[in-house]
Design a protein around this ligand. Sequence first.
Ligand SMILES: [Zn+2]
Length: 461
Amino acid sequence: MTRASAIDGASSYFDTGRFASDLGDLVSFETESQTPSKAAELSRYLKEAMVPRLRAMGFDCEIHQNPEADAGPLLVAQRLENEHRPTILSYGHGDVIRAQTDQWRDGLHPFRLVDEGDRLYGRGSADNKGQHLINMAALRAVLDARGALGFNCRILIEMGEEMGSPGLAAFCEAQKDALAADVLIASDGPRLQPDTPTMFMGARGGVSFDLVVDLRDGAHHSGNWGGLLADPAMILVQALSTITDARGQIRVPEWRPTSLTDDIRRALRDLPIEGESGPPIDEDWGEEDLTPAERVYGWNSFAILAMTSGVPDAPVNAISARARASCQLRYVVGTDQADIVPALRRHLDAHGFQAVRIVPHTRGFFDATRLPPDHPWVKFVARSLEETAGKTPHILPNLAGSLPNEVFSGILGLPTVWVPHSYRGCSQHAPNEHVLKSVSRDALRLMTGLFWDIGESAGPH
Ligand SMILES: [Zn+2]
């Protein structure tokens, strides 16, 4: 058997309708992790949809309780062939975001796979059921062709990613040995462009916090007290105006990255930023000297997610007592996570804004991760994808959004290579979520070629 025949096997898995029918089965599990009444579906997905599939491929499977109470279970599956061959860890999440059932268009339903033109609609089709199904089917195509993978494989499936992966870090810390590997190869998120394979090796981090100016009890008449009482909204917006300038360029010195090195700039040079979906970008927004790709993948961005003072929909003639802005910093490798809030404190104090309190959010902390574009595993995966696709993949040092990738790169100490199988117009986290059939078929072939190559040469040397 050859590389080409393994890849043909993956194509025929798609072409004979087995991919769509397997995906339909996975989508029919109503695995909303944010809906407490669906908790039983989370373990049912692992027991009924994952374990039989993986056992049939010679994997030992164990379902573990989440170390955090009320969070979904985790599955660790492994197929160990030979201790002298490399071990690949893969990851996926079987939970989905809220279904939003009444918002899907006529003829669609979140938990019924609908086949229409080049699209397969269903909740989780893109995020993430379709993606881990593709990787498992590719492993099976290699097993069918070769009789063995040629490497050891571990697969971790969690059921709480859409809740911010509760317990994942503690679980990986406790299961370090059971999850030991040479590299993480996993799939989530979109390709930059649907017709070109994409790789990314980490994610930007994110820190969220409120800025609060709370001056007194209750609002006071603006005629009797205006000019006498300090206005919390004015103080807050003045403080915010010191964090960036008028085009959003960051002014807090410690928040300005030093990691946009020449090799990262080179990696970002030819990447397309604007796709067929989404609003046109504002060329005159953000860091002036950077290209759009450098702004979103190689730099930090500050956002004011929401802000209030008084009641905007029903204003009264009063100086309000309190103003609040909910803020976020997305940041790249090289920004010290532990110093993000203290640096802002020093900055606000230096500008005379001692009255502005910083209240960090308890959820929503991810650390930034990245792998150099010339890492041997990056080059190995890129070469394999290129051989199958006949074109150079788009390679991102890190995703602009966030992923629980620090668990794999930090706690497990792995190089991490992500190969996403969706596209930016997939309506992930919205009604009418779907995958493109053309991309899914292509992804099955790419991953089969990649797993074949790892088994053939035992990875990079
Ligand atoms: Zn998601």
